[in-house]
Design a protein around this ligand. Structure first.
Ligand SMILES: NC(=O)c1ccc[n+]([C@@H]2O[C@H](COP(=O)([O-])OP(=O)(O)OC[C@H]3O[C@@H](n4cnc5c(N)ncnc54)[C@H](O)[C@@H]3O)[C@@H](O)[C@H]2O)c1
Length: 430
């Protein structure tokens, strides 16, 4: 590996965003000092292990291992890097506001400096940058620069998203730190939105809220399709070809989950409420999403009658394919609802079982989809892992005790399943 001539940087927080950002910049030639308070995680990273499942990430880290440095200490990072990317978690509080405790812990740990800048990758409410700058100034650290650089990567394709972003957003005060962040991203050749800090913060929240709105919209259309004999797949295709609408995020299903959409929509709603505004549209987006998860239980009841004593298999548990992330996964709500109605829940996920087992109780986990379906009365496809496209449904039909298949992602071939005697129902087919 040739020695780097690019700017060394630091990344604080080595979760999904931090680790991908660190490996991505290392692949562009930057030396990256990674810091995390989780000593076990840092030990695993130092040992060459990758603590999360993200396609392509282990390879990217391995290929750039010499440029990646892992520590629980901030000092080595502060010594070498001017730009300190912050990628710590901002989970929801009980009130639904963003919990900024980890962000503030990072701010508190900063020494007075005229040569450093915090570059905020964590998703924070608009106004956070201004309040952090105020705090820094009150503590005699006004020399510290601040840049908002929100992250838009998607788990499951995070490496590709880092290397080929739709845009890079840099919110700053037209200072050296903003220039340095722009230069850092320049090799990616992505469209740049350079703006003020509050607008950059708002772009991230508004983008996620809009995508979530699109999902809840098509899910409501799906319900009306079921009542009127229309097919939501045809409707979405016809809508999506309109360049003003576009085909993405128009897949009807059993609702969105994950570590971002539910919390960011809630955080934007609460941000508005804190200014005295009731963001009515987002209230509906969240409510539709919750109901959508529960509608699957109604579908099962229509096919099976009572769920008491029934064996229901969940195929896929992670909140989306190609990740082991179980935060706010629809499967959690579904399993709990099914159990409350007396069903026995069995499950299979290609990679998320370990995370799921921490969050689910009384669920039997199986080593394969076929094993999970053997003897089941009904199956719900919750997460569209690619391997589920290759299942041998005639074999499965023989193994199942019942014949009900609820396809929560409209992923399977209805005709093929019906041909082998299965009672198939998707989402939004009238
Ligand atoms: N996951 C995504 O797909 C995604 C996409 C875009 C934006 N975001 C945002 O990025 C941020 C990080 O998300 P994530 O999914 O990577 O979170 P994560 O929970 O996977 O990782 C956060 C990491 O920060 C570490 N940490 C916490 N406090 C720390 C401190 N004081 N010093 C050093 N490390 C500390 C934790 O130990 C953990 O390893 C969040 O604000 C999230 O909303 C996430």
């Amino acid at each position: 590996m040739t020695p780097s001539t690019r700017e060394p940087i630091a990344v604080i927080g080595t979760g999904y965003v931090g680790l991908v950002t660190a490996a991505g910049f290392a692949s562009l030639g930057n030396d990256v000092w990674c810091v995390d308070i989780d000593a076990a995680k840092i030990a695993r990273l130092e040992a060459g292990e990758v603590p999360i499942y993200e396609p392509g990430l282990p390879e990217l880290i391995a290929a750039n291992r010499e440029r990646l440095h892992f520590s629980t200490e901030l000092a080595p990072a502060l010594e070498r890097a001017r730009l300190l990317f912050v990628a710590v978690g901002t989970p929801p509080t009980v009130s639904g506001d963003a919990d900024l405790a980890a962000v503030h812990a990072v701010v508190d740990a900063m020494p007075p400096s005229d040569r450093h800048a915090l570059v905020m990758k964590s998703t924070v409410p608009a106004g956070t940058g201004a309040s952090i700058k105020r705090v820094l100034a009150e503590r005699g650290k006004s020399g510290f620069r601040y840049v908002s650089c929100p992250e838009f990567l998607k788990e499951g394709s995070a490496v590709a998203d880092f290397l080929n972003p739709d845009r890079v957003v840099v919110g700053d005060e037209d200072d050296w730190a903003g220039d340095a962040v722009v230069e850092l991203y320049a090799p990616l050749g992505a469209p740049l939105v350079r703006t003020d800090i509050a607008s950059a913060e708002m772009i991230k929240l508004a983008a996620n809220a809009f995508l979530a709105t699109k999902i809840s919209f098509i899910n409501e259309i799906a319900i009306v399709c079921e009542e009127t004999g229309a097919d939501v797949l045809e409707v979405a295709r016809g809508m999506g070809l309109d360049a003003r609408i576009g085909p993405k995020f128009l897949q009807a299903g059993i609702g969105f989950g994950g570590s971002c959409f539910p919390k960011d929509v809630n955080a934007l709603k609460k941000l508005a409420a804190n200014t005295g505004y009731h963001f009515q549209l987002l209230t509906s987006v969240l409510e539709v999403n919750e109901l959508q998860k529960r509608r699957v239980v109604n579908k099962l009841e229509r096919h099976l009658g009572t769920l008491a004593g029934k064996e229901v298999a969940l195929l896929g548990l992670a909140f989306k394919p190609n990740t082991d992330d179980m935060r706010e996964a629809t499967s959690l709500v579904l399993a709990a609802r099914l159990q409350a109605d007396g069903a026995r829940v069995r499950a299979y996920d290609p990679v998320a079982e370990a995370e799921a087992a921490k969050l689910m109780s009384n669920v039997t986990f199986h080593a394969s989809a076929v094993e999970a379906l053997d003897g089941a009365d009904a199956v719900v496809l919750v997460t569209e892992w690619p391997e589920f496209a290759d299942l041998d449904w005639s074999d499965i039909a023989r193994r199942m005790r019942g014949n009900v298949v609820i396809d929560g992602r409209n992923f399977l071939d209805p005709a093929a399943l019906r041909a082998v005697g299965l009672d198939y129902e998707g989402i939004g087919h009238g």
